[in-house]
Design a protein around this ligand. Structure first.
Ligand SMILES: [Zn+2]
Length: 95
């Protein structure tokens, strides 16, 4: 995923998240040709990975590649955690 382009309104929202110290402010942004990188200071790789997994899961994105997941697990009724390509790849490894 590339940087999020900020307009006046999205910049205002991002600054509000930033002021609140919310995880929602984390990310890479582009504003008038300037790149803004917001990351958690002192965060370990493990914490970053856990946060990435959680946000992708909440947004219904593949936890491996961030692609949108469309199919649901019939037994739980929830979206699969992997996209079709990664589900196939992992199924073929375990089969
Ligand atoms: Zn994937």
């Amino acid at each position: 995923m590339g940087p999020t382009r900020l307009g006046t309104e999205t910049l205002r929202r991002m600054l509000a998240d930033l002021r609140a110290g919310a995880d929602a402010a984390l990310g890479t942004y582009l504003y008038k040709g300037l790149r803004i990188q917001v990351s958690r200071y002192g965060s370990t790789g493990t914490a970053r990975t856990a946060r990435l997994y959680r946000t992708r899961r909440e947004r219904g994105l593949c936890v491996r590649c961030g692609a949108g997941v469309t199919r649901k697990n019939p037994s739980s009724g929830k979206l699969y955690r992997l996209c079709e390509a990664h589900r196939r790849k992992i199924d073929s490894v375990s089969a």
